[in-house]
Ligand binder design. Structure first.
Ligand SMILES: [Zn+2]
Length: 363
């Protein structure tokens, strides 16, 4: 998992008691892995997962997977792009969103690079998912995105619900739209922690995908099954994931989300005693620092106003929806507990349209 910063920071996975099957994976991917996805693969709840592993541990991963009846297909190596300025002259650079890296061939020796791998029980589906699982490329100074059908085939291979894949096709336009906001504003009942994938880059969420709604029934059912499996493999880790997912969040876009503990929530308002930042490739550390100085926040039109315990304003964050990666502040309360029944409401395509920037409220 990518390290989580804040009061909900979980312990190192290597310190937890867990099944041998999960331990084999966690030993190879102790900090940046996806233990929930791997547990889902072991149980046959997910056809394929894609993952990242350093080249010198690839053989070890292949062997651990082989012992559990899982095949591995390797793609290219990615080296994290430390100098974002290299993209300045690229035509279409604004379409590159959450993954920015330099690609290398598998055989190259590149310090710090990771091999993109695809793991699953059925090699045919693994290969098909690998073929669709490529990232936008820069060729000759021009960014090139993959066709929409590859997004669909890739999502199918990863086992994502069709309603969520359809919502992704409609709304994953970073120039105009914002998937978490659409998931929030499409809620018909109550937001479920099982649909909360805002911490997904940590690997510690029950849903690994962007849900169509934070009460998506298909996601709730699939994520609930994975949660049951994880409790068999490692109860303590399952408890930690519950803790990370089932709290109120302030969300601005896919890059910027914050979890609150000790919180009381009313529409557009959170009072809190602790705050944790969701990992992303562009986390807003300045806003995080301001939230840490505060004790409550209030969304006012296109501003997030942060107050200290005495009610004094410590920071005003201006959000803007008329830019790439529109920032639309909303509060989402994911505190529905596992024992509470979830109302069955079907997910329908075509109900999400852009809303008023700055709208606030609880899920
Ligand atoms: Zn859905």
């Amino acid at each position: 998992m990518i390290p989580i910063i804040g009061d909900l920071k979980p312990p190192s996975l290597l310190t937890l008691e867990m099944s041998d099957a999960l331990r084999g994976y966690v030993n190879i991917r102790p900090e940046h892995g996806q233990p929930v996805c791997f547990a889902a693969l072991l149980a046959g709840l997910k056809p394929v997962m894609d993952d990242w592993v350093s080249q010198d541990r690839l053989d070890e991963l292949v062997e651990v997977c082989r012992q559990r009846g899982l095949a591995v297909a390797a793609e290219v190596q990615f080296e994290a792009l430390s100098d974002q300025g290299r993209l300045d002259g690229v035509v279409g650079r604004e379409t590159l969103t959450t993954t920015r890296a330099v690609g290398h061939a598998l055989a190259d020796r590149v310090a710090g690079a990771s091999v993109h791998v695809f793991i699953g029980a059925d090699r045919r589906i693994v290969e098909r998912t690998r073929a669709a699982g490529w990232y936008p490329l820069i060729i000759g100074g021009r960014a090139m995105n993959k066709p929409w059908i590859d997004h669909l085939w890739f999502g199918d291979g990863l086992g994502y619900p069709r309603c969520c894949l359809d919502a992704f096709a409609r709304n994953n336009n970073w120039t105009l739209n914002n998937m978490p906001y659409q998931a929030y504003r499409s809620v018909r009942g109550e937001a479920s922690y099982l649909c909360n994938s805002l911490m997904r880059f940590s690997g510690l969420t029950w849903a690994a995908h962007l849900p169509c709604r934070y009460d998506c029934q298909a996601t709730i059912e699939a994520a609930g099954r994975v949660r049951t499996e994880m409790r068999r493999h490692c109860r303590e880790l399952a408890d930690w994931i519950d803790r990370l997912c089932a709290v109120p969040y302030l969300v601005l876009n896919e890059w910027e989300a914050f979890a609150f503990s000790g919180a009381s929530v009313s529409p557009g308002v959170i009072e809190y005693s602790g705050v944790t930042i969701a990992p992303s490739n562009r986390p807003d550390l300045d806003l995080f620092a301001a939230l840490r100085r505060g004790a409550s926040l209030r969304i006012r039109d296109d501003m997030v106003v942060i107050f200290d315990k005495g009610g004094t304003v410590v920071h005003v964050e201006h959000t803007a929806a008329d830019q790439f990666a529109p920032r639309i502040a909303c509060t989402v309360d994911f505190r529905r507990t596992p024992s509470q029944p979830v109302p069955r409401t079907p997910c329908a395509a075509g109900d999400a349209s852009p809303g008023r920037p700055g709208a606030a409220g609880t899920g």
